[in-house]
Design a protein around this ligand. Sequence first.
Ligand code: SAH
Length: 239
Amino acid sequence: MNNKTNVDPQEVAKFEQLAATWWDPEGHSGPLHKMNPVRVSFIERHADGLFGKKAVDVGCGGGLVSEALARCGAKVVGLDMGEEPLEVARLHALESGVEVDYLNSTAEQHADGFAEQYDVVCCLEMLEHVPDPQSVVAACIKMLKPGGHLFLSTINKTPEAYLTTIVGAERIVKALPKGTHDFNKYLRPSQLSHWCEANGAQMKHASGLFYNPLTKTVSLIESMRVNYILHAQKPEHHQ
Ligand code: SAH
């Protein structure tokens, strides 16, 4: 698959429609808002701090992660293939006075021009929306400087994930619009780790993310049966 075709226009269209309410914590991006502090602190901790580092946020959407990384002192580039989410992200950054460079690009296109440029590469809740997730993982690793840190999060391919994210979130609670997720695109942690290692990054940390519907908060848990986040690192040249 070449780097311009690894986009599912129907998937991107879903996010174009959600863009207007992206920063509403009570809207359809609510689950992302709830996850944000936990995933950003995971990233900051395992990247050994973010201040002054160059980071790219692949599939940045309305910019929840990009802005948070920038607030931690990173110089951030946000990539997305949706024009509407990017517009929302640009306006919101102006409002909050945070500097992020938002670009309409795929990971693969950006990696062609910016190989080995980033200390930190994040690709959160995006791999389950692309035709060829392995190609995105490879592009993410290509963008990393030697010693750079990669963070990937997605949803596991388990019955529990089907029940919570599709039956629960989309059909019962209606926290997400019907059709947001496709179970067939969910990815096992072993699959993602394998792609990381196959593309020259070493697995470092893995954690589950648990949404507690009573407290409406997200915490890190050992079980990766539903949402999870992985940390891998590109080895230094001399290794
Ligand atoms: N990473 C953000 C947004 C997740 S939503 C967060 O976790 O808060 C998934 C985003 O991926 C959407 O904004 C969608 O437009 C984007 N996307 C889907 N396919 C893409 C592709 N091939 N290249 C870049 N972005 C893509």
